[in-house]
Design a protein around this ligand. Structure first.
Ligand SMILES: CSC[C@H]1O[C@H](OP(=O)(O)O)[C@H](O)[C@@H]1O
Ligand SMILES: Nc1ncnc2[nH]cnc12
Length: 330
């Protein structure tokens, strides 16, 4: 599909820089949180302001909210479906979301998602830190920055950032050991799991749900793709934290997933996520300052070599758009 031809996406990248008041607001922001269903704000942080960047790929899902943690770390927050959940998973402007976050200086994305569980041991309200993805989206989402005359191929064998995954597990374990248990509920964390991303917005059939189990999938959502892939193309370290809300529909004896069942667990899950972030943001900030995020270090600059289109054949308009994302690369 040629969305690049649409007037809304035709603005030249060089004129889309945010005004300087915005630049002052997002200065020093290196970490972004993307909130999914049920996580529409981080109201336990101090809000400094909002920005509404316009990118060469259109406008993000909603304003990007810049906040400060109690220990003074600035972060960016973006509601994937918009505050009020007006975008369905196939409508999320993932390219604009990732491009905007990259443009303001974000190096790390901690993405949250409500998921269905495909395994008995992953109960509703458990948290899952996945390491793999199976793609069951249907090709209707704009899923790359490398199109329209600049072809690029990035590595995606390990779609998440294992340094971030390890930090999340460590921070959660420390909270449990201190008896806090992220709100006193003793939330269980599972790691190294496989997340399947379906198209939606309708949930799966029972046959599909059972098939995904036979493939070895552990949890299911509608949102990790193309978000994770675009983050990789933008050289941003990305880790999703999955918050289980239901058992999907593979258990024949139980009622199949529905929105009411999901909503019943969203409140507790988003409370856990906010508590987790209070401990996680300082830990990720410290790791960034100490250059301990080795995958991120390896990622930086790598995509200069991902483009295979001969320099003289590259579409200048697309090169200009890519300048917004990866300045000077192509
Ligand atoms: C509200 S149930 C289905 C919906 O919830 C998840 O959204 P998100 O990943 O943004 O938390 C899932 O992916 C679906 O979009
Ligand atoms: N069962 C399910 N399938 C897909 N996405 C989900 N998000 C929450 N529960 C889900």
């Amino acid at each position: 599909m040629t969305a690049e031809a649409a007037p809304a996406e035709a603005a030249p990248a060089a004129t889309t820089a945010a005004p300087s008041a915005d630049a002052e607001l997002y200065k020093d922001v290196r970490i972004a949180v993307i909130g999914g269903s049920g996580l529409y704000n981080l109201d336990n942080l101090h809000v400094l302001g909002e920005i509404r960047p316009k990118t060469p790929w259109g406008e993000p899902s909603d304003a990007i909210v810049i906040s400060k943690t109690p220990d003074g770390h600035k972060i960016a927050f973006l509601a994937r479906h918009g505050r009020g959940h007006y975008l369905n998973p196939s409508e999320v402007p993932a390219r604009a979301n990732i491009a905007a976050l990259k443009h303001i200086g974000v190096e790390v994305i901690l993405a949250f998602s409500a998921v269905g569980s495909l395994q008995q041991e992953i109960a509703p309200r458990d948290f899952v830190v996945p390491s793999q993805i199976i793609d069951r989206t249907k090709g209707v989402r704009e899923s790359t920055f490398f199109d329209n005359g600049v072809t690029g191929h990035v590595g995606f064998a390990d779609p998440f950032d294992s340094d971030l995954a390890n930090l999340i597990i460590t921070v959660a374990a420390a909270a449990a050991a201190q008896g806090q248990g992220l709100g006193g509920r003793g939330v269980k964390f599972h790691k190294d799991k496989t997340l399947i991303c379906m198209e939606g917005p309708a949930f799966s059939t029972r046959a599909e749900s059972k098939m995904y189990r036979s493939w070895g999938a552990d949890v299911i959502n509608m949102s990790v793709l193309p978000e994770a892939k675009l983050a990789r193309e933008a050289e941003i370290a990305y880790q999703m934290v999955c918050m289980s809300t239901d058992y999907d529909c593979w258990k024949v004896e139980e009622e199949a997933v529905n929105v009411e069942a999901v909503i019943a667990n969203l409140g507790a899950n988003s409370d856990t996520a906010k508590r987790l972030l209070l401990a996680l943001i300082p830990a990720v900030t410290a790791a960034l300052h100490a250059n301990e995020l080795k995958n991120l270090a390896a990622l930086k600059g790598a995509n200069k070599w991902a483009v295979i289109t001969a320099p003289e054949k590259r579409n200048p308009a697309q090169v200009e758009k890519l300048n917004y994302l990866l300045p000077g690369y192509y």
